[in-house]
Structures are given as structure tokens and as C-alpha cells.
Design a protein around this ligand. Structure first.
Ligand code: MG
Length: 226
């Protein structure tokens, strides 16, 4: 499988060209209905975890399911592309650091994640495999405007699996940038994945998964066995 081409790993920002991606910071537990379906307490704090840039996959690519998992789940998410270094950024200034928005999938080996949770281990292998982060072409932030209430939907083979609005996030985009940048510096080219709504479920060989977010676009992958 090939990650998004060109020098190193990157995403295309419409009208601005390609930007090299550093780290991918992901937020977990940010939609109430998803907390419910995963059996988390309703008031649990969001969790942050990382995917490596090697997990990036261009929209339109084929995903080879990792041989070490029997249960790879789709999680559609709004993705922020960071444009300017953010360290300890207050919420009121958070949007100054957003270059653009994309549609992403936080693909997850649910079986490995479950085992990691039971053992108190990190989620790195459950979340960081090659192709675990399919991402669409990004749209410049000013073209999207306020991302606080956009329709977000994922279909597998044309059937709706996840459908929500970004207004259902527990913590909005500005809050998440402030929160993440307290713990680690966000650099130009870093991505921030903002959590998934409910309806997560498994992908199988032959499936076509297509995620869309209003005013941003679509990410689509075709799934095959390793
Ligand atoms: Mg997720």
C-alpha cells in the first residue's frame, strides 16, 4: 500500500498545494452517543493519542486490512490541518492556527484496542498501522468558515453507518486546539482528528467506505484483505 505520495507524508490543501504532515493528534471520546456505544461513562474526559505519519492514506486508495486484526472499525472524523505553531494557545485564538479542514477516518483495530485497554497498554498498534488514517484533500479554513455545525456521515457500500452533526461534539474545535496544545506543541502540517460520532463498526474485504462532511468534501477507500 502506498501512503499519500510525494516527499514524505502529506496532505493536499486545495489551492495551496501539498503540506508535509508531522504528527497526527487524535481525540477520543468527543461525541456522547459514541461514549455510550463504547461503554464509557458519560462524563469521561477526552483522550489524546497519536498516529504516525505513515498511517496516512490518500482518498481513493485501497486499504489492505492488517493481518494482525480481525476487527478493523471505521470512525469518521473532522480533521484540522494546523497551519501555524500552537503552544499553550487560548481558546479565543485557536482558529488562527487552523490552515484547513479535511475528512478523515480514524481506522481502529478494535480487538487490539480492547486488549490494550484491558492491560492498561497504549493504543499505538490498534491505531497506528499503515493506512489507519485515510484523509481527504483539505479545504482552506476561510472557505469552510465556522465548522461548529456541519453534517458528518459515513456510508459503507452506500449504507449509512454514521450520521451526525459536528455540533454534537462534546468539545468544539477551539477547545480541542487549546487542550492539545497544553500538552504538546502543534506544528504546521500536524493534523488534529476531532473524534467520531456513534455508529462505528467493522470493515470487510470488498467494502467501499465513504465519509463526507458538509462544505469540506469526501474521503473514500476500498478495503481488501492483506
Ligand atoms: Mg476516533
Amino acid at each position: 500500500m502506498e501512503s499519500q505520495g510525494g516527499a514524505r507524508h502529506g496532505v493536499e490543501v486545495r489551492g495551496l498545494g501539498r503540506i508535509e504532515v508531522g504528527k497526527i493528534v487524535c481525540v477520543g471520546k468527543n461525541y456522547r452517543e459514541h461514549l455510550k456505544e463504547m461503554g464509557y461513562a458519560p462524563d469521561e474526559d477526552p483522550v489524546l493519542f497519536l498516529k504516525p505519519p505513515t498511517s496516512l492514506l490518500a482518498s481513493g486508495s485501497v486499504l489492505a486490512l492488517p493481518a494482525f486484526s480481525q476487527d478493523v472499525h471505521h470512525e469518521i472524523e473532522l480533521v484540522l490541518v494546523i497551519g501555524r505553531e500552537a503552544r499553550g494557545v487560548p481558546e479565543a485564538r485557536a482558529f488562527e492556527h487552523v490552515l484547513g479542514y479535511a475528512v478523515g477516518l480514524d481506522l481502529t483495530c478494535r480487538d487490539l484496542q480492547k486488549r490494550a485497554k484491558e492491560r492498561g497498554e497504549p493504543w499505538a498498534v490498534a491505531k497506528g498501522f499503515d493506512g489507519a488514517a485515510p484523509v481527504s484533500i483539505a479545504v482552506p479554513a476561510q472557505e469552510v468558515g465556522d465548522p461548529a455545525d456541519l453534517a458528518i456521515e459515513l456510508r459503507v457500500n452506500g449504507v449509512v453507518r454514521q450520521s451526525a452533526r459536528t455540533s454534537q461534539m462534546i468539545h468544539g474545535v477551539a477547545w480541542l486546539i487549546a487542550y492539545a496544545s497544553r500538552y504538546m506543541t502543534l506544528e504546521r502540517g500536524d493534523l488534529l482528528m476531532t473524534g467520531t460520532p456513534s455508529g462505528v463498526g467493522p470493515l470487510a474485504s470488498g467494502d467501499v467506505a465513504r465519509g463526507t462532511i458538509e462544505r469540506i468534501g469526501a474521503v473514500e477507500i476500498r478495503v481488501k484483505d492483506a
